[in-house]
Design a protein around this ligand. Structure first.
Ligand SMILES: Cc1ncc(COP(=O)(O)O)c(C=O)c1O
Length: 439
């Protein structure tokens, strides 16, 4: 962003006095001049503290599926907290009501438990898988992201990898403070790589508690597993007695009513949901086969709990959101509007002579500059992500908010139906022209 306002500089200086990096969590730091301070949000729009309005395709990393401040969801939450209360540390009738709603859309869930974030949901699912199998190792797919617990904070260093070296990328921690011992619990394979899958299971199959993946990688440009590879993965897990955990934190209640598993027709043993489940309210869950989930319990069983678990802010938001998604055409609108937006962008790229490919469903699509849809994270390296980043910064400058990193997809919500596509085409055309001149 250019022309930083005096106010922005003042806000940043003050924030540095009180928070590391001047932000409430690491991923919000975009640089001294670029870090966004939001005044308010509404529908698909965000207004920053300088009064500048953006059409938002980042949507807080994906939880907004209907629109910001959806009055139907907000009314349900206000009713719950004013008439019932927020928290008691006891069961409420709404617990089962929400589980039944989730089960009506997600036939892979027999039994379920709640959590407050995707990180917590993954933690619960992993512990359950370990409790059920009596094994410790977890297989992660390169480019996936599964929250901030220590063992999930290891990644394949594709950014620092020389693709022509003939070596595989190093596995590195996301940052400081991650005990090296947690590295020993995780193995990595590339998405869609049958050979790597077979080899890993032939070496360590009897130690693998679970394979944990996003079949449509919401943290890697929506690069998707092929249906054939997903079936192979399902069969391999079954054959070796390992749990298949599908992390639907981003895809759940977004890419289809029944999430990615509805699109693939593949059932996980355990699944995690969060984000779109509550349209921005902090609610999450994990669940799966009854036999597996029933290892949770007292007397030597798996421990799951927490003070804020299934609080009524979270549950009332999920109750209303899942009801709306189940009983209205909201997701059909998201799909239709997302496809129209993708068409606009495709026209802009074609007019500019840029080879491009889209990945993933219209509700959460990735853009890759190059002549192939990447099939895994290593492939992503051959796309022109620098051009994408330059284009994204220009879009932001011109009032379109998104993550300036092609690994983060474009998120669509029902409120995007109000977006003027002619305006978007003009802005994208202008932004691409400037990005290309600069590169
Ligand atoms: C697939 C996936 N799993 C887990 C998480 C962690 O969720 P949270 O940020 O709610 O802890 C994320 C966050 O983006 C995610 O995309």
């Amino acid at each position: 962003m250019t022309n930083i306002s005096d106010e922005q500089a003042r806000r940043m200086t003050e924030a540095h006095l009180h928070m590391p990096q001047g932000v409430a969590e690491n991923y919000r730091y975009w640089g001294e001049e670029q870090t966004v301070f939001v005044d308010h949000v509404q529908g698909c729009r965000l207004t920053d503290c300088d009064g500048k309005e953006y059409v938002d395709f980042r949507l807080g990393y994906g939880p907004i599926i209907l629109g910001y401040r959806d009055s139907r969801v907000d009314a349900a939450v206000i009713k719950a907290i004013t008439e019932l209360g927020t928290i008691s540390g006891f069961s409420t009738p709404m617990d089962v009501e929400v589980v039944k709603r989730v089960k009506s859309l997600c036939p892979n869930i027999d039994k379920m438990r709640f959590a407050n974030s995707g990180t917590e949901a993954v933690m619960g699912a992993l512990r359950t898988a370990r409790g059920f199998t009596g094994r410790n190792r977890v297989v992660i797919v390169e480019g996936g992201f599964h929250g901030l617990t220590d063992e999930m904070m290891w990644k394949s260093d594709v950014e620092g990898w020389d693709a022509s070296s003939g070596t595989t990328p190093d596995i590195i921690p996301f940052g400081a403070g991650i005990p090296a011992s947690t590295r020993d619990l995780v193995d990595f394979i590339p998405l869609n790589d049958s050979e790597a899958l077979t080899q890993l299971f032939s070496e360590k199959g009897d130690q693998i508690a679970a394979v944990l993946l996003e079949p449509i990688m919401g943290n890697c440009g929506s690069i998707a597993a092929t249906p054939a590879w997903m079936q192979e993965l399902r069969d391999t897990c079954t054959q070796h007695g390992s749990m298949l955990i599908i992390d639907e934190v981003k895809t759940g209640f977004r890419v289809a009513k029944g999430g990615a598993q509805e699109l693939y027709g593949i059932h996980a043993d355990l699944t995690t949901y969060a984000k779109a489940m509550g349209n921005g309210y902090p609610v999450a869950c994990f669940g799966g086969r009854a036999e597996v989930m029933d290892v949770i319990g007292a007397g030597g069983g798996v421990v799951h709990g927490g003070t804020y678990t299934a609080n009524l802010v979270a549950l009332s938001a999920a109750n209303a959101t899942v009801d709306i998604l189940a009983n209205t055409d909201a997701l059909a609108t998201v799909e239709r509007v997302g496809a129209a937006i993708r068409d606009v962008l495709g026209r802009v790229f074609t007019a500019a002579g840029i080879e491009h490919r889209f990945a993933g469903p219209a509700a959460m699509f990735g853009i890759h500059f190059g002549d192939n849809v990447p099939t895994n994270y290593r492939d992503w390296k051959s796309t022109d992500s620098d051009l994408y980043t330059a284009f994204a910064w220009q879009l932001i400058e011109h009032g379109v908010m998104l993550e300036p990193d092609s690994r983060e997809p474009w998120f669509i919500c029902e409120s995007h139906r109000d977006v003027d596509l002619g305006w978007l085409e003009d802005v994208a055309t202008k932004s691409m022209k400037i990005a290309m001149e600069a590169s």
